[in-house]
Structures are given as C-alpha cells and as structure tokens.
Write a protein that binds this ligand. Structure first.
Ligand code: SF4
Length: 669
C-alpha cells in the first residue's frame, strides 16, 4: 500500500510538471498534456482486485454481460466467453438485492473454473444492492444521476440552501457505500450518463457536458472527503460531441483541482455493426488521440465478446504512437474544446460555409472506370431511361487521377483530375500539388483543389490561397500522429485569417475493413467533432470495397452529426435488465425503417434506464415488462404496454401519425 501511494505521488508530480507543456493553452481550455506531442494524461493508479488501472498501465479492455444476473450458469458461461476473448474486467448488472447476492455464486463458479478476472457490479437506483455487491466483487459502478435520486422528469427550482440540503441527503445515502469500499478494498466507478442526469442537476445545469461533470464531482468530493481514492470516472453519452466535450471538461476540472483519477471511456447506445463501430471510434478514438483514457468499453448491440476486438484495435493503435514525427508547437488555441462550433469558411461552389461536409471518393487506383462502378458510391445508371438515379448516400466528388471518363456523369457529381491531366470539361476540376498551384497559369475559374500537409502550408501558399475564392484545400498528413498535425494546420489557417474550405484527406493501405472503419472514424471524426473540416477523402488501397468506403464516409459524418444521410438508431447494448431480444428486435425495426433519413429511433431494453438513455431520440421503443413495450414520441409516453408482437407495427403507425413516415418505394429503396 505504502509503495502504491508513493507511486501515485510520483505520478502526480510528473503530471503537474508535464502540464507546463503547450504553454500557449490557457488553463481554462487545457484538457490534455499536449495537443502536438502524443503523451498519455497520466492518472493515479487504482487497484481492482488483481488488476491495476491508470498510471502507466495499458488501457484496460472491459465489457458487460447481457444475461439475467439470476441465471448463474448463463452469466458464468458468457463471462468466460468474454474473458477468453480478452476482456480484463467483467461488468454485471445488479438491479436488486437478490441480483447483488447472486454475484457471490457467479464469482465462485468462475474461480472454480480458473477465472479470477475482476467483476464489476452495475448499480442504478438501488443503494442497498450496491452495499451488498461491494462486499463481493472487486468494483462497483454507481450512476450519480440515479444513486440517491428518483427520476421524475421534473424541473425543480433550487436556491443555494435547498440545493445544499439535497447534497447533504446524497452524502448521507452514499457514505455507507464508500465506507464499505474502503473496508473491502473495492474500487468504484462514478459513471455519469448524459441520458440519466438527475432532475436536480438538469434543473441547475441543463442537459449539458457541464451538468455531467458537476454530477460526478458531487460524488467525487464526498469520496475525497472520506479519503477514498480507488476511483475511476466516466462521462458517457450517445451523442459523440457531448461525450467528447464532457470528458475534456472533466479533465480540465480535475487539472484545476489537482486531481488525476483514471478515465473509463465509452459511447453509450452506439448501436450495432458498422454504425456502432464508427460511432464508438469517433468518440473513444478522439479522446485516445489526445492521450486520454485508461479503460475502454465499446457498447455494441451485439454479443459482448464481439466488443473486445474492437476495443483492443482502438487501444493498440497508441502503443507505438509516442516518438512520432515532431509537430511544431502551437502559437494559439483558437477553438473551444468544450462546445461545437464549425470553423467559419467561405463557400466555394458547394463546399464550405453552411454546406454539409462533402465526400470525395478515390477511383484513381482503378485501371478502368465505367458507369457501373458508380453504383458503389450511390449512383445507379438506368440504361432504358438513360438516366442516373441517386441514393441518399451519393458521394459528391470522384477523384480519377490521371484518367479521363468517356461517358456522361451524373448531374450532381464533380470529377477531380490531377492538374497536369485536367480536361477542363463540365464539372471537372483540377487537383494541384501546393508548389505547382502557386505558379500555375491554367486554373479552373470555379474550383481548384490544392493538396498540402502542414509543412507545405508556408507563406507563399497561404498568400496564394487566401485571396483565391476558387481554392479548396485538401489537407493530408504522413505523420503517425496525424490528427494533431492536421489540427495544427487548421489552427494556422485560423490564426492567419484564411477562411478557405478544407477537405481532410487520410491515406490507408492493406487494412481489413474493420480496422479501416476504426482508424478512419477516429482520424476524421476527431477533427469534425471540433468543427474542423468541410469534407472528407478516404484514400484506401487494399482495405475493402468501394461500397464499404462510401458507407464509412457517410457513417463518419452521421456519427459526428455533421451530415445526416440515414436513420439513426440509439440502441442499448442490453444487459441483465433487458426485457426482449434486443438483437432480433433491432434487426426487425431496422428492416422496416432504415430508409427514414434523419429520423432517430431509440430501442431500449428496460424502462429503468431506457427513457433517459435514449436522450434525444425522435421515437422510442422501450421494454416495460415481459412481452410488453412502451412507445415514446421524444420524451412523452404515447402508448403503454403494447404487446411485443404488435409493437413494431405500432411504432411505424406512430412515425406515420407524426408525418415522418415515407414508403420505401418513394424513398427509392
Ligand atoms: S437501457 Fe438497456 S443496457 Fe441500459 S439498463 Fe436498460 S436494458 Fe440494460
């Protein structure tokens, strides 16, 4: 114990020394050690059974069971599948005292089979269950939004006195758990969720990242007053912008108060398949890029063991990140890391200003380009009608390098050619390397793409692009710490008052589809989430099909909420509280509604957390009892206890009643 506290002291000292880097960043904006040099925010080490987290330990991988906690055999079997897949921490829901007590036989059965991986009890609304679980398992997770508060969705006016009285009540209810954790060496996660903030926090701070941070701080201060520090913190949300802002604000607050507790990263209700992976990578990856995060849980609406390789791929990317090519120190930090604001740019053709971020697809690596190839990027050519049909995910530009096309292109598509091969045909635009652009005599009078990285952004280029309303920058990077380098380039443009639109380009080769999804989502998402970027260009060689890359590009824009091109599903990952088959139901709902562009549908396993967690969904499908579903229009209950067999039809009827339904045929599906 003595050794560990000395170690934590050492970490705290080195952390405060490291904080003096990036001297240009004022304390009120600081949320990481460096914005230009990869360095982990070194947290104090906590002990969870035999597992150490934080400090210089690797980023720990965890997940959560979806079985009924009273089903000992099923929970043990699922835990083993998760552990065998690489899960280092297994979370199990404990909704009641009975469930909490059943953690004991689960733990025992796992030990008998040789599995001693630490267990975490997940607690909502039931302090009694927490107090039982804390004596059995290695860690408890409490949600400060509902540990001592019942959710009534009420707005209550507090003055300082009545607010303090509430805090005193919470302290009284929470203190016994802290004392048990101290006595038993149990760790604790104070896990705030955007969707389940208490009425008290919502009344004072609103539905904001600040409210999330304050919610955790109230509980954290009680722990610190009681000299309990075996704590991990999380700030999860389904909205990736809110999630990233809340974690950053939390770190900023910890820095200001001289704390450095480990961070558990996660995007809640990320969904399934490609969408869930993209959304998780955007949120988690953005924070990892800046050295934040000590443990990851990727919440997918899939079997929990499938989450592990995704979390590992996200975390492993940073094992070799330190020692990347140097990036010049920043002169300023001209954006707000805690609030989204798109960088102000001029409009060039359909790029920049208030235009949605554009998608450029790369066809240059292909030997021959035919009309049929455009099918993969959202354009279908009808031979009998001699006409192009567009899908909701039709890309905006296609780059063809040194090639030319011998057919009529769709009316909404632009073609980009290398400047030296530019044909100057209708809707064809040249791409210049930065040096050749500065001296070029032949340019388009409408749109010229200029490719550069941070190093190429010199005085001559900046002078040339500043006053050229036809120029759009294609910003690339070769740096392993590419997000930071590209961010620094954006900052240079802002400092110099250059409002040129910027397409963010990243190149990848020889990756499998899943890895490309995670890397590109992180690399582009981390900039878009800060309002940086007027388009994206994924240049991927031998990484998967064109269709997948096109879908990935639109998925990244959807996950960063910068361009909506499809239905959004806010589906919980399910747990022991789930009251219906979430995987099957999500698939059923998706099959009927996937053409409803822009509509957000929440699919939640239980009434306890579901309504809060689906936060900003337009429609909600929530389990309320065995075989019973309650339907929501935003936060309002519209139909209670609909039999499950009729619930999907009723959901469609509800969407129709509110004018959001369109027939698939009309939508072009
Ligand atoms: S919303 Fe889903 S994951 Fe959350 S507690 Fe309910 S069933 Fe479990």
């Amino acid at each position: 114990m003595e050794r560990r506290s000395n170690r934590n002291l050492t970490i705290a000292i080195s952390y405060f020394c490291a904080m003096h880097q990036d001297a240009t960043i004022s304390a009120d904006k600081r949320y990481c050690i460096s914005l230009t040099s990869y360095e982990r925010f070194e947290t104090r080490e906590v002990t969870i059974g035999t597992l150490h987290m934080g400090g210089d330990n690797p980023v720990r991988i965890q997940s959560m069971t979806t079985t009924d906690t009273m089903d000992t055999e099923g929970t043990v079997a699922q835990s083993i599948r998760m552990i065998d897949a690489g899960c280092e921490l297994v979370r199990i829901t404990a909704p009641s005292k009975k469930d909490a007590e059943n953690l004991e036989p689960i733990k025992k059965a796992l030990a008998e089979k040789g599995y001693t991986t630490p267990l975490v009890a997940d607690i909502h609304f039931t302090p009694n269950a927490a107090e039982i679980a804390a004596k059995i398992v290695e860690k408890v997770r409490v949600n400060p939004g509902n540990y001592a508060d019942k959710k009534k969705f009420e707005h209550i006016e507090y003055n300082d006195e009545t607010y303090q009285a509430e805090l005193d009540r919470i302290r009284e209810r929470f203190t016994p758990l802290v004392e048990i954790c101290k006595e038993h060496g149990t760790a604790m996660r104070i896990g705030t969720n955007h969707g389940s903030l208490s009425d008290r926090i919502l009344s004072r701070y609103g539905d904001t990242p600040l409210g999330m941070v304050e919610s955790a701080m109230e509980f954290l201060h009680i722990c610190r007053d009681l000299d309990f520090h075996n704590i991990v913190l999380s700030m999860k949300a389904s909205n990736t912008q809110v999630m990233v802002q809340a974690y950053r604000l939390l770190v900023n607050r910890m820095m200001q108060e001289g704390m450095n507790y480990p961070l558990h990263l996660g995007v809640t209700e990320a969904g399934e398949g490609e969408d869930g992976r993209i959304k998780s990578a955007v949120g988690i990856g953005t924070l990892l890029e800046d050295g934040l995060g000590d443990t990851i849980r990727v919440s997918l609406t899939e079997e929990p063991e499938f989450e592990i390789p995704v979390a590992e791929a996200l975390a492993n990317r940073y094992k070799t990140r330190a020692g990347h090519d140097p990036i010049p120190e920043l002169n300023s930090y001209p954006i707000d890391p805690f609030a989204y604001q798109r960088r102000a740019t001029r409009q060039t053709l359909n790029i920049g200003d208030h235009e949605v971020p554009r998608i450029i697809h790369d066809f240059s690596h292909q030997d021959e380009i035919k009309p049929a190839n455009f099918h993969a990027v959202g354009y279908n050519y009808s031979v009998p009608l001699d006409k192009w049909n567009l899908s909701d995910q039709a890309c905006d530009f296609v780059y063809i390098g040194s090639k030319d096309l011998d057919f009529e292109i769709p009316g909404t598509l632009g073609i980009i050619q290398d400047a030296e091969h530019w044909s100057n045909k209708d809707r064809h635009y040249p791409l210049f390397e930065s040096i050749s652009y500065v001296v070029a005599e032949k340019k388009s009078d409408k749109l010229n793409f200029v490719k550069t990285d941070l190093n190429g952004l010199d005085i001559a280029l900046m002078a040339a692009i500043k006053n050229d309303p036809t120029a759009v920058l294609v910003l690339t990077t070769e740096n392993a710490h590419g997000v930071a380098e590209q961010r620094a380039a954006f900052f240079r443009l802002i400092e110099e008052g250059i409002d040129i639109p910027v397409i963010v380009q990243r190149s990848y080769h020889d990756l499998d589809e899943n890895t490309l999804q995670l890397y590109a989502s992180t690399d582009m998402g981390a900039l878009l989430i800060d309002g940086l970027g007027d388009g994206i260009w994924i240049d991927a060689v031998n990484c998967g099909s064109k269709k997948m890359i096109n879908s990935l590009s639109f998925g990244i824009l959807q996950a960063t909420r910068t361009r909506i091109s499809k239905t959004e599903y806010i589906a919980c990952p399910s747990c022991g509280r789930t009251l219906f088959d979430l995987l099957e139901t999500t698939a059923k709902i998706r099959a009927r509604t996937s053409h409803l562009k822009g509509v957000k549908i929440g699919i939640m396993g239980c009434i306890v957390n579901g309504p809060g967690e689906m936060a900003d969904a337009d429609y909600g499908y929530v389990g309320t009892g065995v075989g019973k579903i309650t339907l929501y229009k935003e936060k309002e209950v519209v139909k209670r206890n609909v039999p499950e067999a009729e619930a999907v039809d009723e959901l469609i009827a509800l969407i129709d009643q509110h004018g959001d339904w369109i027939e698939p045929a009309v939508a072009g599906v």
